[in-house]
Design a protein around this ligand. Structure first.
Ligand SMILES: [Zn+2]
Length: 333
């Protein structure tokens, strides 16, 4: 089975193994396996979760065209912001706790491989929930803005598959018989994207378009990936299916206390004290909070430009934030 992030998976597995940790592939019969490594598995207290994802949004081969580069404080390359460094930081946090002989709680590292497609076609959300059962705190290493914020709540996200069906006809010989699915799709895209209200945190992106078979045939089929409600015009039908969705990351009663512990650890380490904030953009932290596990997100590298060719991360924030999370865990009751 072809696994798009397989090389990364093997790299991480080998690294964990060479550092005395056992990496296990859950959901291994799917193209989207989940990597798990445990510290203090048998400790009698409630577990803590370190969460991240190994996939990014670019096609296989992008890293060959524009490899990762560290130039002073700046890391660039595909996934340099979202979230290869975060995965490294989650691993470093686990190893730091191991080296410090930390024993108070079981600590479980969960690295998924299909976050960017919101776990389409795999039961990853259920797997995360099962692997996190009984946990009392979650730390998600998605990237952060350079404002030293820590995310305590996020919006949910969904991918909607939308298909317009029209009537095919030769565009020169009998155009009157055709109903163009592509033309209707163009109208639907304009309507859908017009629903975007950035101030209200409502975001609609039609990021993938298909349709038609030839220049001289009125197209009867046009699928796309999008997210909203639609009305249709005569002669065409629009079919919409929610392909996948991620829960919003809720701020739970225990979230503020967790943030306070993180802030206290920042003072201890003489780091600038991070502030809590709400943001858009779904993450797997929502899976944890949906199961009542207080979670902090955006604990990964600080930087910007996620999902673009201009993404970057600030290297020193990797060390600072991994140390911050490890110290926070070391001071949890
Ligand atoms: Zn991410």
């Amino acid at each position: 089975m072809e696994i798009p992030v397989d090389a990364t998976l093997i790299l991480v597995e080998d690294f964990l193994t060479s550092h005395g940790l056992t990496a296990v592939r859950e959901q291994s019969t799917t193209a989207n396996p989940v990597l798990v490594a445990d510290l203090n598995e048998t400790a009698p207290s409630a577990p803590l979760i370190l969460l991240g994802h190994l996939d990014t949004v670019f096609p296989v081969g992008t890293a060959k065209q524009r490899p990762g580069v560290i130039d002073g404080e700046r890391l660039t390359g595909p996934g340099s912001n979202d979230m290869k460094p975060g995965a490294v930081m989650a691993i470093a946090t686990l190893l730091a706790l191991k080296e410090a002989n930390y024993q108070a709680h079981p600590v479980r590292l969960i690295l998924v491989t299909d976050e960017e497609i919101l776990h389409k076609n795999a039961p990853t959300k259920e797997t995360i929930a099962r692997l996190s059962k009984g946990a009392v705190a979650g730390f998600n290493f998605e990237s952060a803005d350079p404002d030293n914020g820590v995310v305590t709540g996020r919006k949910g996200g969904a991918i909607v598959d939308l298909t317009v069906t029209g009537v095919a006809a030769h565009s020169g010989k009998e155009p009157e018989k055709g109903r163009s699915a592509v033309l209707e799709l163009a109208h639907q895209i304009i309507k859908a994207e017009a629903l975007t209200d950035q101030a209200a945190g409502k975001l609609v992106n039609c990021g993938l378009v298909n349709g038609g078979t030839s220049e001289n045939i009125i197209p009867d089929h046009a699928p796309t990936g999008i997210a909203v409600r639609f009305t249709t015009v005569a002669g065409t039908t629009v079919e919409m299916k929610v392909a996948t969705k991620i829960d919003s990351m809720d701020t739970l009663p225990g979230t503020a206390a967790l943030l306070e512990k993180l802030q206290a650890s920042a003072r201890l380490l003489h780091q600038p004290v991070p502030h809590g904030k709400q943001t858009g953009g779904a993450s797997d932290a929502g899976v944890l909070t949906a199961h009542n596990i207080p979670t902090l997100c955006a604990l990964g590298i600080m930087g910007g430009g996620a999902h673009t060719a201009h993404e970057y991360g600030l290297v020193s924030s990797m060390f600072d934030r991994a140390a911050l999370v490890a110290t926070t865990i070391a001071h949890l009751d």
